[in-house]
Write a protein that binds this ligand. Structure first.
Ligand SMILES: C[S@@+](CC[C@H](N)C(=O)[O-])C[C@H]1O[C@@H](n2cnc3c(N)ncnc32)[C@H](O)[C@@H]1O
Length: 209
């Protein structure tokens, strides 16, 4: 059985009971270094993820008779590894019985709660490993995106300004961790600070005309 477990934004307090129970029962825990580090007391086998997703799928196929838990940050089906695993295994098994997903609190849900922003009509997307279509995105009044080192707050601000637009940006860094930082700035202010190295972050973009 392969269980993909959403572990939320990081802190143990934001993990669901279902996630914690599944991890306790795992024979093998699979995850990135950062994710595995959240479970120092896990005594079973661990398997550290790298960029080789094809290799992981092959390994999961060969080991699916074991109790495997794959850790995913936030929610596994929101720009996470859950999609890749479900797509791979649903092609191999008619019933998908050997795969289970345990949802988690997405980093975006967490940030919206912290800033008391309702998620109604919010456009959710990602710049993690991909370039979003900013012309399309900026037609929305309320956007939230997970990011990466290539397209983060600074680049998003530049895309906004390049289209002659104004937006408020809420940047949530290292959410749920001790070094959590949440700031609310205009796109212009963010674009002026190209020197800032943001930690792991998500960005909410608001049109407050
Ligand atoms: C591959 S995506 C996974 C998103 C995840 N499935 C979710 O629901 O939050 C990874 C991105 O999620 C965001 N992220 C995950 N955990 C975070 C945290 N604790 N603080 C800020 N951003 C986080 C970052 O933008 C990171 O680059």
């Amino acid at each position: 059985m392969i269980t993909v477990v959403g572990i939320g934004p990081g802190a143990a307090a934001n993990q669901t009971r279902a996630a914690v129970d599944a991890i306790k029962q795992a024979e093998v825990l699979v995850g990135g270094t950062r994710h595995l580090a959240e479970f120092p007391h896990f005594s079973g086998e661990t398997h550290c993820l790298n960029a080789d997703m094809d290799g992981l799928m092959q390994w999961l196929e060969q080991n699916q008779h074991r109790h495997i838990v794959v850790l995913a940050s936030g929610d596994p089906l929101f720009y996470g590894i859950g999609k890749r695993i479900t797509a791979h295994f649903s092609g191999l098994q008619a019933d998908g019985q050997n795969i289970r997903i345990i949802s988690g609190i997405s980093s975006i849900q967490y940030l919206c709660a912290r800033i008391l922003l309702d998620m109604n009509d919010i456009y959710l997307t990602s710049s993690h490993g991909r370039k979003p279509d900013f012309d399309w995105l900026l037609q929305h009044e309320k956007i939230a995106m997970v990011t990466d080192d290539v397209i983060g707050p600074y680049q998003i601000a530049e895309e906004i300004l390049a289209r002659g637009q104004q937006r408020r940006m809420v940047i949530g860094e290292n959410l749920s961790q001790e070094n959590e930082r949440i700031v609310c700035l205009n796109a212009e202010q963010v674009a002026q600070r190209g020197d800032i190295n943001y930690g792991l972050n998500v960005v909410v973009v608001l049109n407050e005309r």
